[in-house]
Each structure stands twice: as C-alpha cells, then as structure tokens.
Design a protein around this ligand. Structure first.
Ligand code: NDP
Ligand code: 8X3
Length: 252
C-alpha cells in the first residue's frame, strides 16, 4: 500500500493545499474536517486526478469522544499513518483582553491546543508500534511573537510551539519526527473566520501587499517530509517578503 498522510482541516487553505501536494506525490489520504460537502468535493477531485484513495473523516477536533470514535473505526491498514499534519485551527476576534469574547477564547484554545492534542494522542499510538512517523504541527508567527489584540490566539500558538518541543522529546524513543511550521500572513479563509464572515474587513488584511499563499506552506511541509530519514527539520518560520514581524509590514 502507498504511504498515508492524515491532514486535519483539509477543507480550506493550508490543509487543502497539503492534500493536493501529498496526493500528487502518490500518498493515500485521511482528510478530516467538519464541512462534509466541501470535503467530499475535494476528495473526489483528488481521487480522480491522482488515482489515490481517500478516507473522509467528518469530525470536529474539539469533540474528543466523537473524534476517537470516528478515527478508531478506520480499518487497521489505514492506521499505518506515515505523516500527520495537525493543521486544523483558527482565530476568532481581535480585541484587547478586557473586551474579548470568552466564547471565542474557548473556541481557539479547544481547537488549536486541545484538538491538536487529541488527534496527536490517537495517531501517535498508531505510529509507535511502527517505530516511525512524522508529525507536522502548524504553528504561526503568533507562536513566536505576541501582537496587539492577538492575546489568546497568540497564546494558543505559543502552546503549539511548546507542544512541538515536548513531542520531540516524548517521541524521540519511538523514532517519530516532529516538525513545526510557522507561517506569517497566508491568504486563506483565516481572516474571514477571524472576523466572523466580514469579508471586507478580511480583505483589508491583505491589501497592498503580497501575502503567502497556501501552496507556499504546502511546499515547505513537503520539503520537511522529503528529507532523508536521519534529518529532521525542527522548526520553520516562513514569512511573506513584505512582512518583517507580525506587525511590521511593507504595504508599498
Ligand atoms: P482556513 O480557515 O482556510 O482553514 C482552516 C481549516 O481548519 C478548515 O479546513 C476548517 O475546516 C478546519 N477547522 C477549523 N476548526 C476545526 C475543527 N474544530 N475541527 C476540524 N477542523 C477544523 O485557515 P488556514 O488554512 O489559514 O489555517 C490553517 C492553520 O494555519 C491554522 O492552524 C492557522 O492557525 C494556521 N495559520 C494560518 C495563517 C494565516 O495567515 N492564514 C498564518 C499562520 C498560521 P471546517 O470548517 O470544514 O472544519
Ligand atoms: C496567523 C497569522 O499574524 O494573524 O497565525 O497571527 S497572524
């Protein structure tokens, strides 16, 4: 059987781009997200185009019981996952802490931190008996710096940074590689989600600059995954050329 990659958050942006990249490389895929119609459309397109097989998992990474139930029923041959891409994540709101919406905080922490942990616990237990595997965690520039009003999103991505280091230690005896990929601004649905569907506000984030696109990040992930067995890329910080820090941006 071909190699297998499990990608969370595969219905949009970076996750969808990774699905294309890995399909093109001949991987069979387990694609996970909440939007069923969208996932089905992407999966059918990739199966037709690249003659690979895809298992669609409709799940919310925050719901640990359902997540475990939907993943653990996969056939045993599908549990031989080579690559896990922990990509599902989001930001909600951009306000000072005293004005923040506590429901938004719960959503970000539950998705970006706890969801990533739940998926990793399940899949690492599939990788350990094989003494191999590669876990890719999507962090962010927001996990390296804190910017005004970024408070809880930044905290959640700092947690991904810490967890990536922790995983590298805990999985060392098991031969599992851990790579953290930290993008700056990537134009995806991210800002539309952050601003709760306000497309005009989202568009302004990328006005008068050339942001990264999702394929740039998928390329970087493929680079990390395609290194020789004895080489691990621990951490990559990938910025648009016009972005020096989270907030210092050249808008021309
Ligand atoms: P998108 O909004 O385009 O994609 C997010 C994906 O995550 C969607 O497929 C969505 O699918 C999925 N998702 C969200 N919540 C859940 C959930 N609870 N359970 C399962 N899937 C979920 O954003 P990006 O592609 O930009 O974001 C991908 C990752 O990259 C995130 O972790 C983000 O924090 C990070 N990142 C993004 C940057 C950017 O500038 N865009 C920069 C740095 C990091 P569905 O709604 O169908 O469940
Ligand atoms: C997403 C990029 O700069 O909005 O992680 O935090 S940023």
């Amino acid at each position: 059987m071909s190699k297998i990659a499990l990608i969370t958050g595969a219905t949009s942006g970076i996750g969808e781009a990774c699905a294309h990249t890995f399909a093109q490389q001949g991987y069979n895929l387990i694609l996970l997200a909440r939007r069923e119609d969208r996932l089905a459309k992407i999966a059918h397109h990739l199966e037709d185009k690249y003659a690979i097989t895809i298992n669609q998992v409709i799940a919310d990474v925050r719901d640990k019981e359902n997540l475990s139930a939907t993943l653990e029923v996969l056939p045993e041959e599908w549990k031989k996952v080579d690559i896990l891409i922990n990509n599902a994540g989001l930001s909600q709101g951009l306000d000072p802490l005293d004005k923040g919406d506590t429901n938004d905080w719960d959503t970000m922490i539950d998705t970006n931190v706890k969801g990533l942990l739940y998926v990793t616990k399940i899949v690492s237990n599939w990788m350990i008996p094989n003494h191999s595997g590669h876990i890719i965690n999507i962090g962010s520039i927001a996990g390296k710096e804190v910017y005004p009003n970024g408070n809880v999103y930044c905290a959640s991505k700092h947690a991904v940074d810490a967890l990536s280091k922790a995983m590298r230690i805990d999985f060392l005896p098991h031969g599992i590689k851990v790579t953290e990929i930290n993008p700056g601004m990537v134009e995806t649905e991210f800002s539309v989600v952050r601003f709760k569907g306000d497309e005009d506000r989202a568009k302004k984030v990328y006005e008068n600059l050339e942001p990264l696109i999702a394929d740039d990040i998928a390329d970087a992930i493929w680079y990390a995954v395609s290194r020789p067995k004895h080489v691990n890329i621990n951490d990559m910080l990938i910025m648009p050329t016009v972005q020096a820090t989270a907030t210092i941006i050249n808008r021309g």
